[in-house]
Design a protein around this ligand. Sequence first.
Ligand code: SF4
Length: 201
Amino acid sequence: MALIGSGSKFASLEAAALAAAACVDCGLCMTRTQVVFGRGNPQAKLMIIGEGPGQHEDESGLPFVGQTGALLDKILQAGNIDREKDVYICNVVKCRPPGNRAPESKEREACLQYLQAQLFYVRPKLILLAGSAAVQTILQVKDPISHIRGKWFPGENDARVMPVFHPSYLLRNDSKEVGSPKWLMWQDIKEVRKQLDILNR
Ligand code: SF4
Protein backbone atom coordinates (compact mmCIF):
# COMPACT_ATOMS: atom_id res chain seq x y z
CA MET A 1 0.00 0.00 0.00
CA ALA A 2 1.40 3.41 -0.94
CA LEU A 3 0.97 5.23 2.36
CA ILE A 4 3.47 7.99 1.73
CA GLY A 5 3.82 7.86 -2.05
CA SER A 6 2.38 11.34 -2.39
CA GLY A 7 4.25 12.73 0.63
CA SER A 8 2.52 14.36 3.57
CA LYS A 9 -0.12 17.08 3.72
CA PHE A 10 1.81 18.56 6.66
CA ALA A 11 4.93 20.70 6.26
CA SER A 12 6.79 18.90 9.05
CA LEU A 13 6.41 16.28 11.76
CA GLU A 14 5.90 19.09 14.27
CA ALA A 15 3.12 20.58 12.11
CA ALA A 16 1.42 17.17 12.00
CA ALA A 17 1.66 16.87 15.80
CA LEU A 18 0.18 20.33 16.26
CA ALA A 19 -2.70 19.56 13.90
CA ALA A 20 -3.38 16.25 15.66
CA ALA A 21 -3.51 17.99 19.04
CA ALA A 22 -6.60 19.90 17.87
CA CYS A 23 -8.03 17.20 15.59
CA VAL A 24 -11.76 16.47 15.54
CA ASP A 25 -11.75 14.36 12.38
CA CYS A 26 -13.32 11.28 13.99
CA GLY A 27 -15.54 10.45 16.94
CA LEU A 28 -12.63 9.48 19.19
CA CYS A 29 -12.06 13.20 19.82
CA MET A 30 -15.22 13.17 21.97
CA THR A 31 -13.87 10.77 24.59
CA ARG A 32 -10.10 11.38 24.62
CA THR A 33 -8.32 13.18 27.43
CA GLN A 34 -5.48 14.13 25.14
CA VAL A 35 -4.04 13.20 21.78
CA VAL A 36 -1.15 10.71 21.87
CA PHE A 37 0.98 11.50 18.84
CA GLY A 38 4.31 9.72 19.25
CA ARG A 39 7.59 9.62 21.11
CA GLY A 40 11.22 8.74 20.64
CA ASN A 41 13.80 9.77 18.09
CA PRO A 42 12.41 11.11 14.77
CA GLN A 43 15.77 10.18 13.20
CA ALA A 44 15.58 6.57 14.37
CA LYS A 45 15.93 3.72 11.88
CA LEU A 46 13.32 1.70 13.78
CA MET A 47 9.64 2.58 14.18
CA ILE A 48 7.12 0.67 16.28
CA ILE A 49 3.47 1.17 15.40
CA GLY A 50 0.85 0.02 17.88
CA GLU A 51 -2.90 0.07 17.78
CA GLY A 52 -4.13 3.04 19.80
CA PRO A 53 -3.68 4.69 23.19
CA GLY A 54 -4.95 2.94 26.30
CA GLN A 55 -5.96 4.56 29.57
CA HIS A 56 -2.44 5.40 30.78
CA GLU A 57 -1.44 6.74 27.36
CA ASP A 58 -4.61 8.86 27.21
CA GLU A 59 -3.76 10.29 30.65
CA SER A 60 -0.05 10.87 30.00
CA GLY A 61 -0.13 11.84 26.32
CA LEU A 62 2.64 9.30 25.59
CA PRO A 63 2.38 5.97 23.74
CA PHE A 64 3.25 2.68 25.46
CA VAL A 65 3.33 3.64 29.12
CA GLY A 66 1.95 1.73 32.14
CA GLN A 67 2.36 -2.05 32.32
CA THR A 68 2.40 -2.47 28.55
CA GLY A 69 5.04 0.21 28.17
CA ALA A 70 7.15 -1.29 30.94
CA LEU A 71 7.12 -4.65 29.15
CA LEU A 72 7.99 -2.99 25.83
CA ASP A 73 10.91 -1.27 27.59
CA LYS A 74 12.12 -4.64 28.89
CA ILE A 75 11.83 -6.19 25.45
CA LEU A 76 13.77 -3.33 23.86
CA GLN A 77 16.42 -3.37 26.58
CA ALA A 78 16.88 -7.11 26.05
CA GLY A 79 17.72 -6.30 22.43
CA ASN A 80 20.01 -3.44 23.50
CA ILE A 81 17.60 -0.99 21.85
CA ASP A 82 17.36 2.39 23.58
CA ARG A 83 13.72 3.49 23.79
CA GLU A 84 14.53 7.18 23.38
CA LYS A 85 17.51 7.02 21.00
CA ASP A 86 16.98 4.01 18.73
CA VAL A 87 13.25 3.98 18.08
CA TYR A 88 10.27 6.15 17.25
CA ILE A 89 7.00 4.85 18.73
CA CYS A 90 3.46 5.72 17.71
CA ASN A 91 0.01 4.22 17.16
CA VAL A 92 -2.39 3.84 14.24
CA VAL A 93 -4.95 6.10 15.94
CA LYS A 94 -3.88 8.97 18.13
CA CYS A 95 -6.91 9.07 20.45
CA ARG A 96 -8.03 6.36 22.87
CA PRO A 97 -10.88 4.13 21.69
CA PRO A 98 -13.37 3.90 24.60
CA GLY A 99 -12.93 0.81 26.75
CA ASN A 100 -9.73 -0.05 24.84
CA ARG A 101 -11.74 -1.51 21.95
CA ALA A 102 -9.98 -1.92 18.60
CA PRO A 103 -10.11 1.21 16.44
CA GLU A 104 -12.78 1.03 13.73
CA SER A 105 -11.80 1.24 10.09
CA LYS A 106 -13.32 4.73 9.68
CA GLU A 107 -11.27 5.94 12.66
CA ARG A 108 -8.10 4.40 11.24
CA GLU A 109 -8.79 6.03 7.90
CA ALA A 110 -9.43 9.45 9.45
CA CYS A 111 -6.19 9.23 11.43
CA LEU A 112 -4.03 7.89 8.60
CA GLN A 113 -2.92 11.45 7.70
CA TYR A 114 -0.84 11.57 10.89
CA LEU A 115 0.69 8.11 10.49
CA GLN A 116 1.55 9.06 6.89
CA ALA A 117 3.34 12.15 8.18
CA GLN A 118 5.25 10.08 10.74
CA LEU A 119 6.32 7.54 8.11
CA PHE A 120 7.23 10.32 5.66
CA TYR A 121 9.32 12.42 8.05
CA VAL A 122 10.87 9.70 10.20
CA ARG A 123 11.60 7.46 7.18
CA PRO A 124 12.32 4.34 9.25
CA LYS A 125 14.22 1.47 7.67
CA LEU A 126 12.63 -1.13 9.94
CA ILE A 127 9.00 -1.02 11.06
CA LEU A 128 7.43 -3.28 13.69
CA LEU A 129 3.65 -3.59 13.59
CA ALA A 130 2.41 -4.41 17.09
CA GLY A 131 -1.06 -5.91 16.86
CA SER A 132 -3.65 -6.51 14.18
CA ALA A 133 -4.83 -2.90 13.69
CA ALA A 134 -1.31 -1.89 12.69
CA VAL A 135 -0.97 -4.94 10.42
CA GLN A 136 -4.30 -4.26 8.72
CA THR A 137 -3.49 -0.58 8.23
CA ILE A 138 0.03 -0.96 6.86
CA LEU A 139 0.03 -4.38 5.20
CA GLN A 140 -3.69 -4.58 4.45
CA VAL A 141 -3.89 -8.23 5.43
CA LYS A 142 -6.09 -9.90 8.01
CA ASP A 143 -3.87 -12.89 8.78
CA PRO A 144 -3.53 -13.65 12.50
CA ILE A 145 -0.34 -12.18 13.98
CA SER A 146 0.68 -15.68 15.06
CA HIS A 147 0.89 -16.68 11.36
CA ILE A 148 2.89 -13.73 10.08
CA ARG A 149 4.94 -12.49 13.05
CA GLY A 150 8.67 -12.56 12.65
CA LYS A 151 8.54 -12.26 8.85
CA TRP A 152 9.83 -9.23 6.95
CA PHE A 153 7.51 -7.67 4.39
CA PRO A 154 8.59 -5.01 1.88
CA GLY A 155 7.54 -1.44 2.70
CA GLU A 156 7.93 1.96 1.08
CA ASN A 157 11.30 3.72 0.79
CA ASP A 158 13.13 0.40 1.07
CA ALA A 159 11.78 -0.07 4.59
CA ARG A 160 11.08 -3.56 5.83
CA VAL A 161 8.04 -4.31 7.91
CA MET A 162 7.59 -7.04 10.52
CA PRO A 163 4.41 -7.91 12.42
CA VAL A 164 5.06 -8.71 16.09
CA PHE A 165 2.88 -9.55 19.09
CA HIS A 166 1.48 -6.54 20.93
CA PRO A 167 3.04 -6.24 24.42
CA SER A 168 -0.45 -6.35 25.98
CA TYR A 169 -0.89 -9.84 24.48
CA LEU A 170 2.43 -10.87 25.99
CA LEU A 171 1.26 -9.60 29.39
CA ARG A 172 -1.59 -12.10 29.21
CA ASN A 173 0.73 -14.96 28.20
CA ASP A 174 3.39 -15.25 30.83
CA SER A 175 5.18 -18.44 29.77
CA LYS A 176 8.74 -18.09 28.49
CA GLU A 177 8.98 -21.67 27.26
CA VAL A 178 10.33 -22.37 23.80
CA GLY A 179 7.54 -21.62 21.30
CA SER A 180 5.56 -19.38 23.70
CA PRO A 181 4.61 -15.84 22.57
CA LYS A 182 7.30 -14.30 24.81
CA TRP A 183 9.94 -16.65 23.46
CA LEU A 184 8.84 -15.85 19.89
CA MET A 185 9.04 -12.11 20.66
CA TRP A 186 12.58 -12.61 21.87
CA GLN A 187 13.46 -14.27 18.54
CA ASP A 188 11.92 -11.30 16.72
CA ILE A 189 13.84 -8.74 18.77
CA LYS A 190 17.09 -10.59 18.16
CA GLU A 191 16.37 -10.42 14.43
CA VAL A 192 15.63 -6.66 14.70
CA ARG A 193 18.89 -6.15 16.61
CA LYS A 194 20.76 -8.02 13.89
CA GLN A 195 19.23 -5.87 11.14
CA LEU A 196 19.95 -2.65 13.09
CA ASP A 197 23.58 -3.71 13.41
CA ILE A 198 23.74 -4.28 9.65
CA LEU A 199 22.20 -0.84 9.00
CA ASN A 200 24.65 0.79 11.43
CA ARG A 201 27.77 -0.70 9.79
S1 SF4 B 1 -8.12 9.52 16.40
FE1 SF4 B 1 -6.96 10.67 14.87
S2 SF4 B 1 -8.51 11.35 13.38
FE2 SF4 B 1 -9.60 10.76 15.24
S3 SF4 B 1 -9.81 12.68 16.41
FE3 SF4 B 1 -7.94 11.62 17.14
S4 SF4 B 1 -6.27 12.54 15.95
FE4 SF4 B 1 -8.21 13.01 14.87
